[in-house]
Write a protein that binds this ligand. Sequence first.
Ligand SMILES: [Zn+2]
Length: 235
Amino acid sequence: MEGNTVESLLQLQEIDALIGDRRVRLSALRSESETLVAELEGLEKETVALNARLEAAEEELRHAERTVQAGRATLKRLQTRAQEVHNMREHTAARAEVDAARQNLELAEDELLEAMQDQETARAALTDLEGDIASRQQEYGERLSELDAEHRRLEEEIAIELDRRSNRALRIDERARSMYDTVRRGRADSALAPLVDGVCGHCYTAIPLQTQQVIRAGRVLVVCETCGVILHIVD
Ligand SMILES: [Zn+2]
């Protein structure tokens, strides 16, 4: 084994840590973008729902207006007819009809007021929401393009590091490299750890003296029997 194999593996590990860090940042960017897009979509759905509510309120209002108009016409017709009665019985009957028509008209007028209020409420809510959407679209749009630029920058950095990594890896003894890759595959953190005062610098298990000597000799790579990292000495 070349004396600088551990050195090269440590450099490889440094590059891998850089790549790992950028990948973590990339995935954070992605989830932030997804959240923003989902929020905008939510607002748009709300707009559609409010528009439907406004339409329904307007339809209700038109209906209430027609009812009031019809009620007024009926009342007027009955009042005119009530003036043309010929006796007390007809008078009483006409009076009852006029009273009923007046009551109906009052009800219709209440409904009209209510419909006007509903329409106003829906319209105001829609105006608020539209203002909110406009400002958020602006704000989120800016953030999304920032995220996009950052995303591209990180991907470029990753590509550069991957390139650097494969150049570096080519110069490392193949067995050492594949050992490093195997150890690394099974873990999220470092594949190498220093031997510190006779213990593994990763899991702090005591390393037998004989093994320590093998590590110091530096002719073969030694892994910690407890946690599996490649152990190396620090100058
Ligand atoms: Zn260990």
